[in-house]
Design a protein around this ligand. Structure first.
Ligand code: MOS
Length: 696
């Protein structure tokens, strides 16, 4: 085996170091976007469309402007013209058109948030309202094949002859699975402070990537990237929704430009986030599997349908995991999308893999039953020797070991394959399994600077983001090992476009991309200046290419097991026990990694049993747009979560030997729960969430 990247010797890596940002957070000194101190700040409240499709014919702002404390009311009639309107989500207030209910059609700036909010409610709008369509349906007349899907994947993929293989298969499954609209709800709402001073725009923004925000906002205002600075040291979660700038950031920048020198603060309300912060599209997936009597696949077919907005195309890559997951000589995966009068969908934790693996892994459970096979054994039997899509070897693939260890931990040998056979204390009890997978992404464009300071200390700078996940700590551990110094000797700076560029904290790629840049910078410094560089010596390193990316298929794998209890009288469904075993390369920090995986599985349980955005077709919007009605799993819903990982050290992925862990934790959880619910009751759940009415 050739190793392309020179490996890093672990010293600090692998240690369960406490979060370096922890003390600042618990003492309240860590600054989140809205909290950066400003002199005489102003407050901005958006005005939102109250129809789902049409055109504004009149907008009356006099009453809002007359409120004492109001400094400006922005509408499409007076807002600055943007230099670049190519992004339909960001090009707000450029016309009177309305593409979805809740779209930003104005903004009020006032001396207090309460004044701005009140005045915004006084803006009166008349519309030429058009009929709207907000419901995704199979066979929707507007379905089309996009040029590519999220992540740059091919829209369709074909190997062999699926139809012929299905026609001659001993055993087949042909079912349709659905996942609902889901909304990202990070703890910290999306917020921005915009300051326009001397042709310089400064944004304190809650974001997963300061350089991403700069890159998308600068051209809108005809600015060079250097004229925009984005600062974001601490972020209270994002789950993808803060991966790119949304329209409210543009509104804040517009308002700041109208009021030069005055800081303009905008915090979306929780309700506004349901329109303006992205969401996971609903999906409809027809899955067809063909196998012989021994459960060996001859065909896999996934036809995925999702929705996008009128003003911007985003197509969830729902079927991509089916391209590489299991061996099958005949395979077809397709994506179709339709434009509806809905807000712009975007990234939500494991876009693609999360809804895709729900459908495929429930279909696996159905096939296992049809073949009379244990569901773990069915997966083991269909392990591919190489990546079925590319033919490349896997850099490491330990799915089988994860399945075996998970089975041991949940007590799989006690599972009765007959549905409804186990009853305890008035509840039907079942066990279910699902596989998990997430790709190892390596994106170009990150750089790190390492500077030697007095006393053997180092400053390491990179514009990375810590969403609360432990990035700060893990990157410091990587830097310490690259420099061969204790972690206490490393001062890490992140979250500012004044620092070297960093790619987005997305696709579970942060540690791979930023960590590689830091390792390369440290090696460059030591190459030029030796092991003990003089104070002031510095070097820059970039993420760089890894030729192994072209030679190996790189994925993290996992196995998730669930115990589900369904009340025999009421149908109330609970998942008191979840087991997740992962193989994700070297774990940089076991403490923060465990929390990441716990969080992913908790979000997966939440998806399985609770989360669902109900679209009201009559008014054309999500009706349950707050925490009172959009249910997210809370402590009382969580029983035992058993997270562990295998000792895997992948020689090909990067110098650290690590794979991403931010997203894999949510992949497969919902399928494990649905499969356990079937084992408990004999009721097959193909539509999420799993709710009690299914069992009555
Ligand atoms: Mo993750 S949804 O790629 O931030």
């Amino acid at each position: 085996m050739t190793t392309t990247e020179q490996r890093l010797t672990p010293r600090a890596m692998g240690v369960p170091l406490d979060r370096l940002d922890g003390p600042a957070k618990v003492t309240g000194t860590a600054r989140y976007a809205f909290e950066h101190p400003q002199t005489q700040p102003l407050y901005l409240h958006p005005v939102q469309a109250t129809v789902a499709a049409g055109r504004i014919t009149a907008i009356e702002t006099g009453a809002a402007e007359a409120v004492p404390g109001v400094l400006a009311v922005l509408t499409h009639l007076n807002a600055p013209r943007l230099a670049d309107t190519s992004d339909g989500e960001l090009a707000i207030l450029q016309s009177g058109g309305v593409a979805f209910r809740g779209q930003i059609i104005g903004g009020v700036v006032a001396t207090s948030p309460e004044t701005a909010r009140h005045a915004a409610s006084l803006v009166r709008t008349a519309y030429d309202e058009q009929p709207h369509d907000v419901v995704l349906r199979a066979g929707h007349e507007g379905l089309y094949a996009p040029d590519s899907v999220n992540g740059g994947y091919d829209t369709d993929q074909v190997q062999g002859d699926v139809e012929a293989a299905l026609a001659s298969a001993d055993v087949t499954v042909d079912q349709t699975y659905t996942t609902p609209t889901l909304h990202n709800n990070p703890m910290e709402p999306h917020s921005t402070i915009a300051v326009w001073d001397d042709g310089q725009l400064t944004l304190y923004d809650s974001t997963q990537g300061v350089h991403m925000v700069r890159k998308s906002v600068a051209p809108l205002f005809g600015l060079d990237p250097e004229q925009v600075r984005v600062i974001s040291p601490h972020v209270g979660g994002g789950f993808g929704s803060k991966g790119n700038a949304h329209a409210h950031v543009v509104l804040a920048a517009m308002a700041a430009r109208q009021l030069p020198g005055r800081p303009v603060k905008l915090a979306l309300t929780r309700q506004q986030m349901f329109f303006l912060a992205g969401y996971r599209t609903p999906t409809l997936q027809r899955v067809r599997l063909g196998a012989d009597r021994d459960g060996r696949f001859s065909a896999i077919s996934v036809e995925a349908i999702s929705q996008t907005a009128r003003i911007k195309e985003f197509t969830e890559q729902t079927a991509v995991a089916a391209r590489m997951m299991y061996a099958a000589p005949n395979r077809r995966t397709t994506h179709r999308v339709t434009r509806l009068d809905v807000p712009v969908p975007s990234w939500m934790r494991a876009p693609g893999e999360c809804p895709g693996m729900f459908a495929a892994e429930v279909a696996m459970d159905e096939l296992a039953e049809a073949c009379g096979l244990d569901p773990v054994e069915l997966r083991v039997r269909n392990e591919p020797e190489t990546d079925p899509e590319t033919g490349h070897p896997f850099s490491s693939r330990n799915l089988v070991a994860c399945l075996r260890e998970g089975a041991r931990r949940i007590g799989w040998e006690r599972r009765d394959p007959t549905p409804g056979a186990r009853r305890e204390n008035g509840a039907l009890v079942g066990l279910g399994v699902s596989a998990s997978v997430y790709p190892v992404f390596r994106m170009p464009g990150s750089a790190a600077r390492v500077r030697a300071e007095a006393g053997g200390r180092y400053t390491v700078s990179i514009g990375a983001a810590d969403l609360g996940t432990g990035t700060w700590t893990a990157l410091t551990q990587i830097a310490a090992d690259a420099l061969e110094v204790p972690v206490e000797h490393v001062d890490l700076r992140i979250g500012d476009t004044a620092l070297p560029p960093a790619t987005v904290a997305g696709g579970s790629s942060g540690i791979t991309c930023w960590g590689s840049a830091i390792v390369h910078a440290a090696r460059e410094l030591r190459g030029q200046h030796g092991r003990s560089p003089a104070e002031g010596a510095e070097a820059v390193g970039e993420t760089g290419d890894n030729p192994d990316t072209e030679r190996y298929a790189m994925y993290a794998f996992g196995a998730q097991f669930a115990e589900v209890r369904v009340d025999a009288d009421t149908g109330e469904v609970r998942a008191p026990r979840l087991v997740g075993v992962f193989a994700a390369g070297r774990i940089i920090n076991p403490k923060t990694a465990r929390s990441q995986l716990l969080g992913g599985m908790t979000m997966g349980l939440s998806m399985a049993l609770y989360e669902q955005s109900h679209v009201d077709p009559s008014i054309g919007q999500v009706a349950n747009h707050d925490f009172a009605e959009y249910h997210i799993a809370t402590n009382a819903d969580i029983g035992s979560l058993d997270v562990s990982w295998l000792d895997e050290d992948d020689p090909h992925v990067n110098a650290m030997g690590s794979k991403g862990i931010g997203e894999i934790g949510i992949v497969g959880t919902a399928a494990a729960v649905a499969n356990a619910a079937y084992n408990a009751t004999g009721v097959r759940i193909r539509d999420l969430p799993v709710t009690l009415d299914a069992f009555l």
